[in-house]
Design a protein around this ligand. Structure first.
Ligand code: FAD
Length: 321
């Protein structure tokens, strides 16, 4: 029997979606291995977080009340100790900016083989782990021949765990060596674009190179306003400096999973699709019926965005610029 320890993630008082996705992944792995699923919650309002995380499939939640926000040095020490105490031999961590910050250090000190950016696995025999390479063009399957191992899980690849659970919740008293805590979070500063986090939006209006000029952006902004949606974009828009980096969807931007994703003048390059393919409903507006975005769109309007978008704005009670 092999238990699984999955580490959750929060920021500025809220659990991130990946925390619920890692429950689904962790349950799948625990079922494959015939063990229990333990969750680790480190820092912040751990009791509130534990209540929220008690979803179907979770066997035990361990809370570590150390610090408010993510801190590399605290996480590394807490996870090392939690892993040893939980008896788990599989460690799952989110493949996020934070996860990638501590996962190699933890795997190194625990001497666990680490596979990062995992998009699938089968643990029913020898563990087979799937990763994508070359910007999603190549899928690689690795055999992990080890009794104990660590994986980082790509966000938005597993559905969020639903349903209330009945996990045991225990406070874990980690012995944090303060001399090893060399940094503290003193505040947050958003890089342009205010407080917008496109990965939290329910509806995204996303604009691509088809918009042609920065002067045309108010058109898509008006549609976003009319729909109560958030504006995001493909990379060229950000590279041109027309929108801040935190609006970029894709491999080198953010992974988003909104209910509705409206891709306007976006071709659907693999690097873009890597960031939005988990959206519930994808609507494409594009003059090219053969654009790759059409392969994943649920609905498409094959027409000139400069004709279509003003009509949509009007339809939803807005005013085209
Ligand atoms: P284009 O590919 O130029 O597509 C524009 C689309 O608009 C076309 O399909 C065209 O038919 C349509 N169009 C033109 N005029 C109109 C009109 N009037 N009405 C309607 N439709 C119209 N890209 C990302 O988006 N996110 C990433 O994170 C990212 N990371 C990358 C990382 C690496 C390492 C690399 C190499 C590339 C990355 N890219 C990323 C870039 C990616 O390869 C594409 O170049 C980019 O996604 C293309 O953006 P686009 O679809 O807006 O532009």
């Amino acid at each position: 029997m092999t238990d699984v320890l999955a580490i959750t993630e929060h920021r500025r008082g809220s659990l991130r979606d990946v925390s619920f996705e890692i429950i689904t992944a962790g349950r799948q792995l625990a079922d494959d291995l015939g063990g229990d699923l333990h969750l680790g919650v480190i820092g912040g309002d751990v009791d509130d977080f534990a209540e929220e995380l008690d979803r179907e499939g979770v066997d035990a939640i361990h809370t570590v009340a150390e610090g408010e926000e993510f801190n590399h040095d605290i996480y590394v020490q807490a996870i090392e100790q939690l892993y040893a105490a939980s008896g788990a031999s599989a460690l799952l961590m989110p493949n996020t900016v934070n996860g990638l910050d501590y996962a190699p250090a933890v795997a190194g000190s625990l001497e666990l083989p680490l596979v990062t950016d995992v998009v699938g696995f089968d643990g029913s025999g020898t563990l087979e782990v799937t990763r994508e390479q070359y910007a999603g063009k190549v899928e690689t399957t690795l055999d992990v021949n080890a009794d104990a191992f660590a994986l980082t899980i790509r966000p938005a690849e597993w559905p969020k765990a639903e349903g209330a659970g009945s996990a045991s919740v225990e406070a874990f008293d980690a012995d944090i060596d303060e001399s090893r805590v060399r940094s503290t979070v003193t505040g947050f500063e958003e890089v342009g674009g205010g407080d917008v986090d496109i990965s939290e939006a329910d509806v995204l209006v996303s604009v691509g190179r088809g918009i042609e000029e920065e002067e045309n952006l108010p058109l898509v902004e008006a549609l976003a306003d009319a729909l109560g949606a958030t504006l995001s974009s493909s990379r060229p828009i950000v590279d041109n400096g027309w929108l801040p980096k935190n609006r970029q969807v894709g491999q080198s931007g953010k992974v988003v999973t909104p209910d509705v994703y409206i891709a306007i003048g976006i071709s659907g390059a693999v690097q873009h699709v890597a960031g939005m393919k988990g959206s519930d409903t994808i609507i494409a507006i594009n003059t090219d019926p053969n654009a790759p975005i059409m392969d994943i769109a649920d609905y498409a309007i094959v027409d000139d965005l400069f004709d279509v978008v003003p009509h949509l704005i009007e339809e939803f009670g807005g005013e085209a610029p």
